[in-house]
Ligand binder design. Structure first.
Ligand SMILES: Cc1cc2nc3c(=O)[nH]c(=O)nc-3n(C[C@H](O)[C@H](O)[C@H](O)COP(=O)(O)OP(=O)(O)OC[C@H]3O[C@@H](n4cnc5c(N)ncnc54)[C@H](O)[C@@H]3O)c2cc1C
Length: 438
């Protein structure tokens, strides 16, 4: 049974969300738009506007909808979440207003899956309540795409673990109450079971933020960088700071990444929809050579390509969400990889065309398009680079392939035609029907 409709009761919720984001959340986007603003719990003015909005979302029972009811969410499932995230993706602040901002979502998931009762009480509860933010500290200055290359280590000394090494691009560390740090604890094990995960409060002695790197669209003269280069100088944590078991760091990391990737893809659909709306508005508003931009075929081509690519991408994301909801854990792995690869390209291409149709205005920061265009670059790197996901998608396809049965491929037409001839030779010969090429 295939059905593309949304049930009317849920559609009402979506309609409310759309109105709420456009009317109530938009001022936050306009007033506090710098990178990191949504994570800065000390940004008092923004927090004062934020809190009542979060309360309203809770009242509407739309808070933290990526979670099941046991963790305070509504348990709508991924398909409904996809439709919700399309709306949240149109706004920088909306995920925070609705309790679904990354990377806290992924960190909450692994705390829920692998945390002890005490870890959940101390870290998960305030995180889910939106009172604190967290950081996932995995990538290292010399290696990122391949976690098996990591060297930041943790060793036992008495009743403590001592973490020693460097991490790179630990987003939001400067705002976080705690960091989840991956470190080599069992160097003798195979690469995928050498590392463990630790929960480290940010005020633990020995944590040194060397620098907060900025993205390419940030002003180097304003200290808003939010991607920390951290040195862990023999940072001591108690034995119960480990999240999951010794050597399970890789497994814990894997568990958080799938959700993060597909949620980004869902929000990207919303961003692309917004870019297309801007594109079409411009095309029916501005004139050149005596005709509206939208009457010129080049512009029509850009709009058509954008609409078609977004529709394909949206269907892929929705199908992936459906697989997650309806099939065993892990069944959507390849589809999530496909979405991860596609979202970067779709976002990049649509944002680029929207910029082009806006001409010089598109190249300024007076439109939200530049941020979308540059955001596509981050989408192609964060949570693993495009190439790594392509490799995974290709391996899944290759894993299902069989080698050709003989010298020629199984689809080789002369071979197949000869087989078909052989099968019906008794009839074909009766009618003097001979193959032209044997
Ligand atoms: C906006 C943003 C936020 C981030 N937030 C976090 C965070 O919170 N915590 C965290 O730990 N990390 C974070 N990262 C880091 C991110 O996970 C890494 O950038 C990513 O894993 C790639 O690692 P790298 O940058 O070291 O690139 P490298 O590993 O050096 O790879 C560089 C390039 O080499 C190519 N490449 C790599 N591997 C392969 C392969 N197997 N096959 C073919 N080509 C390959 C790709 O083109 C890749 O882009 C963030 C990154 C960005 C951009």
């Amino acid at each position: 049974m295939w059905d593309f409709s949304t049930d009317p009761e849920f559609q009402e919720k979506l309609d409310w969300m759309k109105r709420f984001v456009e009317e109530e959340v938009a001022p936050l986007d306009l007033l506090f738009s710098h990178h990191g603003a949504v994570y800065d719990t000390k940004l008092a003015a923004a927090r004062e506007i934020l809190k009542p909005l979060q309360a309203e979302v809770r009242k509407k029972r739309l808070w933290a909808c990526h979670l099941g009811p046991e963790l305070g969410g509504e348990g709508y499932g991924q398909l409904k979440l996809a439709l919700m995230n399309e709306i949240l993706g149109t706004s920088y602040w909306a995920p925070t207003v609705f309790g679904t901002a990354a990377p806290d979502t992924g960190n909450a998931e692994i705390l829920a899956m692998f945390g002890t009762e005490e870890q959940k009480r101390q870290y998960l509860k305030p995180l889910l309540d939106g009172d604190i933010v967290s950081c996932f500290s995995m990538t290292e200055p010399h290696a990122g795409a391949d976690p098996k290359e990591f060297i930041c280590k943790a060793y036992r000394e008495g009743d403590e673990w001592v973490i020693d090494g460097e991490k790179w691009f630990s987003s939001n560390a400067r705002f976080a109450s705690f960091l989840i740090v991956m470190a080599v604890t069992n160097p003798e094990n195979s690469p995928s079971s050498r590392m463990s995960m630790f929960i480290v409060p940010t005020d633990t002695p020995g944590i040194e933020i060397k620098r907060n790197s900025q993205l390419m669209d940030e002003d180097p003269w304003v200290d808003h960088g939010s991607h920390a280069y951290i040195r862990y100088n023999k940072v001591r944590v108690p034995l119960d700071a480990m999240l999951g078991g010794p050597g399970e760091g890789f497994k814990v990391a894997q568990a958080r990444l799938g959700g993060g990737r597909i949620h980004h893809a869902m929000r990207t659909v919303g961003k692309c929809q917004k870019a297309i709306e801007m594109m079409t508005e411009r095309a029916v508003s501005r004139q050149t050579k005596g005709r509206m931009l939208g009457d010129h075929q080049f512009v029509q081509g850009m709009i058509a390509d954008s609409v078609i690519e977004l529709e394909m991408f949206r269907l892929m994301v929705i199908k992936t969400a459906w697989i997650i909801d309806s099939q065993p854990h892990g069944a959507a792995r390849t589809h999530i990889g496909m979405c991860k690869v596609a979202m970067t390209k779709v976002m990049h291409d649509i944002a680029y065309r929207a910029i082009q149709i806006h001409g010089s205005l598109g190249a300024t920061n007076e439109m939200p398009l530049g941020a979308m265009y540059i955001g596509a670059i981050s989408l192609g790197l964060a949570d693993g680079p495009t190439e790594v996901h392509k490799v995974q998608v290709a391996k899944a396809a290759l894993g299902m392939a069989k080698a050709a049965p003989g010298l020629f491929p199984s689809a080789h037409l002369p071979t197949r035609r000869a087989e078909a001839y052989e099968r019906y030779a008794h009839i074909l010969k009766k009618h003097n029907y001979e193959l032209a090429v044997a």
